[in-house]
Design a protein around this ligand. Structure first.
Ligand SMILES: [Zn+2]
Length: 281
């Protein structure tokens, strides 16, 4: 895993290992924070070793941006550090531990997926040490990590900004290589607010949850797509469009954007956005 140097104090890996989301690390000045832990404890260990070699310091804290396994399952590698996560995202984990991530269900998942079996052979799901509601500031002697659990892709997903380096960590609120799908808690309104935050923050480099690093132009592309998506969502609600007609409306009115896994992924995300938009009004 060749670590890219975004600046002398920010390291980024856009391909940390199979099934993993991106991970990055920032030296705030006598305080090193890793953002996201990859999919597997082994991958996380390799990554952590690299980071500590380059920075010549041990990792002090880890921000887990949201609960999805590709960002979170490496957490046990960092149990000696301060593990930070938003309260809303921890609540998702607590629920999943009783359902999809119960011991039996995880065993079944691993048995059916040889790649996951290898990557998660010694997985232990850990809860973070410290939670925060919306905002959290982590300060070193040279720079700050401003964290905001603004929601979007997942209801408590946290994005972050390092003003002294002009770098935004957008995590899955800005994936550069795939369609912006959301989980069942995803909010279109929150996602738009998070993109507006990114606009205000203004940065030279945006670190995405998946894909290569980007610049503010990608935020503009996202905003344009989300504005069109919001028009569609509002119209579907106002005109009481039947869900079976949604497919045609998406095909007709939603502009082509980043590639989705399949059309179902797009349709499912719109169904979630419509449901959650309606509930919030
Ligand atoms: Zn995600």
């Amino acid at each position: 895993m060749p670590l890219q140097k975004i600046t002398d104090t920010i390291l980024f890996d856009d391909n940390p290992g199979p099934m993993s989301a991106n991970s990055c690390a920032v030296d705030l000045g006598e305080y090193v924070v890793v953002i996201d832990t990859t999919f597997s404890p082994q991958t996380a260990e390799l990554y952590r070793n690299e980071v500590e070699k380059v920075f010549k310091r041990r990792v002090d804290a880890v921000l887990i941006t949201h609960h999805h396994a590709d960002h979170f399952f490496g957490a046990q590698t960092y149990m000696d550090c301060n593990l930070l996560m938003s309260t809303t995202e921890v609540d998702h984990i607590k629920k999943l531990l009783k359902t999809r991530w119960s011991k039996e269900n995880l065993e079944r998942y691993k048995q059916n997926d040889p790649l996951a079996q290898g990557l998660l052979s010694d997985l232990e799901i850990m809860l973070p040490h410290e939670t925060f509601n919306i905002e959290k500031l982590v300060e070193g002697t040279n720079q700050r990590l401003i964290i905001n659990a603004i929601g979007g892709h997942s209801s408590g997903i946290a994005i972050a900004y390092i003003p002294e380096s002009e770098v935004i960590i957008a995590t899955d609120n800005l994936m550069t290589n795939r369609f912006p799908w959301g989980d069942s808690s995803s909010s279109l309104q929150d996602w738009i607010t998070s993109l507006e935050y990114m606009k205000q923050w203004n940065a030279e480099v945006i670190i995405p949850g998946h894909g290569k690093s980007a610049d503010m132009e990608m935020v503009d592309r996202y905003l344009a797509f989300f504005s069109a998506a919001e028009d569609v969502v509002k119209r579907v609600i106002q005109e009481h469009v039947k869900m079976e007609d949604l497919q045609n409306i998406i095909k007709r009115d939603v502009p082509e954007f980043l590639p989705a896994k399949d059309f179902m992924e797009i349709e499912k995300t719109f169904q979630i956005w419509i449901k959650n938009y309606n509930e919030r009004r």
